[in-house]
Structure formats: C-alpha cells, structure tokens
Design a protein around this ligand. Structure first.
Ligand SMILES: Cc1cc2nc3c(=O)[nH]c(=O)nc-3n(C[C@H](O)[C@H](O)[C@H](O)COP(=O)(O)OP(=O)(O)OC[C@H]3O[C@@H](n4cnc5c(N)ncnc54)[C@H](O)[C@@H]3O)c2cc1C
Length: 488
C-alpha cells in the first residue's frame, strides 16, 4: 500500500517562520524525495513503489547557523526527532526517516569561509557540495585531497559525518586525517568548537567524537581541512600480476617502504577482466593494478621508480595506459543505477583487514558467495592501502528475481561477508559508515565500546532526537525496525 501523508504537524507553521515558506517542504512528492538515500535496500523497495521506512514529517532547509540553531531549539521544545541531511548519497540508510523525523537539509550552508595559504587550511560550511568545493580550491591552485567517487553528489559535512575516504586517501589520508577542526551544534543547542590545529594533547579527541558520529551527536556546521598545492606532476603505471598474492604483497611492500602513491587499485580476476581486456589482462597475468604518484616531478618520478622495483621483484609487469585513462575519465560516475533500474540486486561492501588476513578473507567470501548463489557477480578491489592493511571493497550483483528471494540472498550476502570480516580480525566498515543497515554487526564489533557510545549519546541527547536508531544506538519507541530484514 502506498503511504499517504498524514495531517501536517502542529509545529509546521513555526518551522516555516524560521526557514521561510520556500525552504520548508511538506508536500507528498517532497517528503518522498527525502524518504531514502542511496542504501540499495531502499532502492529495491522504492523501485517497486514501496517506502523503505517512513516519510519525514517535513524538511527544513536553514540558510545559516542561526536558523539551524532555531530549528534545533524547536526540535528540543517539541521533542521532534531530526536527521541532518547533506546530499543523501550515504549507502547505509543514515538519512532514512524511521520515526517521521524532521529532515534538516544543510545544502544552503555552502560557503567557503577562509582559505589560509600560509597554514595550508581551508574553512568551509558543512553543506557545501564536494565537487563545487574541490573546484573552488582547484581554481586557486589547491586541493583538499579528498576525492570520493561520490564527489559531486555529497557534501563536505557528509564526508566528515560518515568518516569517508577519497580515492587518493593512500597519500592524503581519510577525512579524519584531513579535518583539523570543526564547529557543531549539539542537541541542546550549544556549540562545540574544536580548534583547527596540527596536533594537540588536551585529552581524548573531541574532533573524533564528531567525525564519524553520523549526526547522532550533533550537526557539524563548519570544518577546517588541510589543503595541498595541486601536484605539478602525475605519473601513472598500469600493472599485471600473475597471482593475487603477489599483487597484494607488492602493495604491502610499497607501503611499508614508506612510499606514498596517490592512487592504488588492485583488482581481483573478476574485476580485472573487463578493465584490462585492452592491455591483455588474462594472458598469464589476470590481476590488474593501477598506481598513480604525484607531487613535484622529481619526487613523483622517484617514488614511481622505487615502487616499480618492488613490483618487478613480485613478477609484476607494466602494461599500456588505457585502464588508467578509462578509470580517470569515469572516476566520479555511479555504476549502480544501470543495474538497479533493470531490477538487479546490486550492492557494495567495504571492510578493512590486516594484510595477514586479506587473502583468506577474500577467498572465504568469494567461496561462500558462490555457494549462496552460483550466478552471483562478486568482484573485489583493494583501493585504500596502508602499511598495516587495506580496505577490501566488494561488489555483489544478483540477477532480477522475486523480491523476497532477492532480499533474502542480499541479506545472506551481507551476513556472510561481515561475519567473515569479524572472524578474521577486520572492521566492518572502512569508509561508508554504519547508518541503519550495519547496526547488527556493529554491536558485535564494538561490544563494550557501544555501551560507551550509548552513554555519550544519552548525555548529549537525553530525548533521543538526533538521528535515532542509527549507528547501532537505541531506536525510538514505535520507530520502524529495519533489523527484521536481517532476521527474517
Ligand atoms: C556512487 C557512490 C559512490 C560513493 N563513493 C564513496 C567514496 O568513494 N568514499 C566514501 O567515503 N563514500 C562514498 N560513498 C558514500 C557517500 O557518498 C559518503 O558517505 C558521503 O560522505 C555522504 O555524504 P552526504 O553529504 O551525501 O551525506 P548524507 O547521505 O546526506 O548523510 C550521511 C549521514 O551523515 C549525516 N550527516 C550529513 N551531514 C551532516 C552534518 N553536517 N553534520 C552531522 N551529520 C551529518 C546524516 O544524518 C547521515 O547520517 C558513495 C556513495 C555513492 C552513492
């Protein structure tokens, strides 16, 4: 049954006074537009005309911190649960309304406040679009180094809230390494400011209390990030390896040799085949890798040459440039709509594991996926690498089938993947975050740590108004419980 809109909330007129009639949305199409993010489960529901969870009660688009503060005051007084909304590109259901929350869209708070070229920092409002932010910096000769595939469909605040990673993270770090300081409004309306300094020793990191809190602890309004001069040179190499093990070993040794490639991508055989066909991947060397080094011409060339010595010692050979050029041309495109619109059940799952665990982790998940459904497409790449381990990024795709069966297999695929990850010493997310979909496994991973987070949440937000029920924190009574999809 299609949901119909219930009567307007009693506080809507007051909200409209705060954000204005044009920036307070409450029509049915507008509420539907904010009833989902890029969580694949939500797509499976919406494409059949179903609501994934609930409609929001309304959508408010504050112009500035003052309006946002007044929205929060209203929420506190009227006990209105709310969800900060960046661009809705999250893939774990973080912005999904579970209890008719008020959605607070931050995209109008989109100004660069200051570029400080002496300190190498930029301060920006959290609602700024990622692509526009990076373009603004590029025009001035800088980059913040955070270039997620979703660059043009996400906000700077969303990057920090989800603890995201860009495609150049191996050189520039994840967002938690790039954020130096921030401002946020807490659920009681107070402002938390963390000074933008290089390092500090003033107790546990309050910055990290907010970075990754997915809106549950406060709304980030402003961020100060590191910036870097645009590199003068980029040197890319496309490689073929005989085995996955030699490819992984080469990447590990490159990182342990303290080299800092900007881009590192190693693909398993399933992902290498389509990407490397033009350069002969599959003829004795079925594993494709792409590396890019950047910086000053001499340093980038030296790092490339040192890396190539390690590659050669592992039997890797250099191939033609086409796979790198193709990747560059399409690096910010989204592939899922072409499959989801044809009723496939597609999803991606990214985890982190130590080098010692990665080969077994990949082999176990690949094997269990095939047992689950022999026709499944399962492909993997490793694209954010560290001296100690790497992110394993997996894509799964099930063909069109009865929705209940597709959902069952999709759920099983998640379960076997994250169970293997936890069994082998990994963490269940490298950069997409938790949202609502990863709740069951986060409990298992954090154990006592989750009780600590719940304690912080209870202190900051005693009425459980900010993004309730996400990040494995307590849900509101009467809210939709999406966990049934894990247990059916
Ligand atoms: C095709 C595609 C590719 C992707 N590629 C990447 C990638 O390469 N790297 C990566 O890290 N992620 C990637 N993602 C996931 C997603 O884009 C990121 O998580 C992104 O950071 C979310 O930003 P957003 O502004 O869209 O946040 P939203 O989806 O709007 O919100 C996500 C969560 O953050 C909270 N939130 C948003 N803004 C704030 C704020 N200012 N203060 C407090 N809480 C807030 C929301 O309440 C929600 O819980 C991809 C997604 C898609 C669809």
């Amino acid at each position: 049954m299609k949901p119909v809109k219930s009567s307007p909330p009693s506080w809507l007129a007051e909200l409209t006074q705060i954000t204005g009639p044009d920036q307070t949305l409450s029509s049915l199409p507008e509420l539907w537009a904010y009833a989902r993010d890029r969580l694949p489960y939500a797509t499976y529901m919406v494409r059949d005309g179903n609501l994934p969870a609930r409609l929001p009660s309304a959508v408010a688009c504050p112009a500035d911190v003052d309006e946002l503060r007044r929205v929060i005051e209203l929420s506190r007084r009227e006990k209105i649960p709310l969800i900060p909304f960046g661009a809705g590109s999250g893939v774990l259901g973080g912005t999904l309304p579970m209890d008719h929350e008020l959605v607070v869209d931050l995209k109008r708070m989109n100004q660069v406040i200051e570029l400080n070229t002496l300190d190498g920092t930029v301060t920006v409002q959290s609602g700024m679009n990622g692509g526009q932010f990076e373009a603004w910096l590029n025009e001035r000769g800088y980059s913040c180094g955070h270039l997620p595939q979703s660059l043009h469909m996400s906000t700077v605040g969303g990057w920090a809230a989800c603890r995201g990673a860009g495609q150049n993270s191996t050189r520039y770090g994840k967002i938690e390494d790039i954020v130096l300081g921030l401002a946020a409004l807490l659920p009681d309306g107070r402002e938390l400011r963390v000074r933008p300094v290089a390092r500090r020793a003033v107790g546990p990191s309050l910055k990290d209390l907010m970075v990754g809190s997915e809106g549950a602890f406060g709304i980030i309004t402003e961020l100060t990030l590191r910036v870097w001069k645009l590199p003068e040179a980029r040197h890319s190499v496309v490689l073929g390896f005989e085995t996955l093990k030699t490819g992984l070993d080469a990447l590990r040794q490159i990182m342990q040799a303290e080299l800092r490639p900007a881009v590192v991508r190693l693909y398993d055989a399933a992902e290498s085949a389509p990407r490397g066909a033009s350069v002969g991947i599959g003829e004795g060397r079925p594993f494709l890798a792409i590396l890019e080094f950047c910086g000053s011409p001499r340093m980038a060339a030296l790092e490339r040459d040192l890396a190539m010595e390690i590659v050669a010692a592992h039997g890797g050979v250099q191939l033609g440039d086409e796979p790198y050029e193709h990747w560059c041309a399409h690096r910010y495109e989204s592939y899922s709509p072409q499959w989801q619109s044809k009723d496939y059940f597609m999803d991606t799952i990214e985890v982190t594991a130590p080098w010692s665990a990665l080969p077994a982790l990949h082999a176990r998940i690949a094997r269990e996926m095939q047992s689950l459904f022999p026709g499944i497409h399962f492909g993997t790449h490793w694209s954010h690498v560290y001296p100690e381990g790497a992110c394993q990024y997996m894509t799964l795709r099930l063909p069109p089938m009865e929705r209940s069966e597709g959902l069952r297999l999709h759920r099983e695929a998640w379960h076997l993947t994250l169970t293997a990850c936890l069994d082998l010493g990994g963490t269940i997310s490298h950069h997409h975050g938790v949202g609502v979909f990863r709740n069951p496994w986060l409990r298992e991973e954090l154990g006592t740590g989750l009780e600590l987070l719940q304690g912080v949440k209870d202190y900051l937000d005693p009425d459980n108004l900010f993004v309730p029920g996400k990040l494995a924190l307590r849900a509101r009574e009467g809210a939709v419980n999406l966990e049934h999809i894990h247990h059916e």
